[in-house]
Design a protein around this ligand. Structure first.
Ligand SMILES: [Zn+2]
Length: 127
């Protein structure tokens, strides 16, 4: 169980409100597949994070959910222990706001540029 698989489960019933029908069907199938792999013991966090961040509406939902102070214990801000650490993710945002969010799940991943401002996203500090 991880923050992202929890989110994926809670997100699925809301997909229809966030995106159009075709997209909801596609995302629901993708999430279902990843959750099934998760149940088989695979690490799907990276792929879930990629899936979430590929759709702006979903990314916004996820960002809000992660920011929710009423969700104790759902903190993704554990430090990375190194490659292969698996479930700990660091969140990066554009310095001008949360319009661009990206989750780093491995130290070998390079931090991307904000697509709008062309500056590197910066780490959102843990709390
Ligand atoms: Zn930006």
């Amino acid at each position: 169980m991880s923050v992202l698989t929890d989110l994926a489960r809670s997100l699925r019933p809301s997909l229809g409100m966030l995106v159009d029908d075709a997209e909801a069907t596609r995302l629901s199938a993708a999430i279902e597949q990843l959750l099934r792999e998760h149940d088989d013991g695979k690490d799907v966090d990276t792929r879930l994070a990629e899936l979430f961040s590929s759709v702006p509406e979903i990314q916004r939902y996820v960002t809000n959910a992660l920011d929710d102070p009423l969700n104790p214990g759902k903190t993704p801000y554990e430090p990375l222990a190194g490659d292969g650490a698996g479930s700990s993710l660091q969140r990066y945002e554009c310095r001008y706001g949360p319009h661009a969010t990206w989750f780093r799940s491995s130290l070998s991943q390079e931090v991307p540029l904000c697509p709008e401002h062309q500056i590197p996203l910066r780490l959102v500090p843990g709390r």
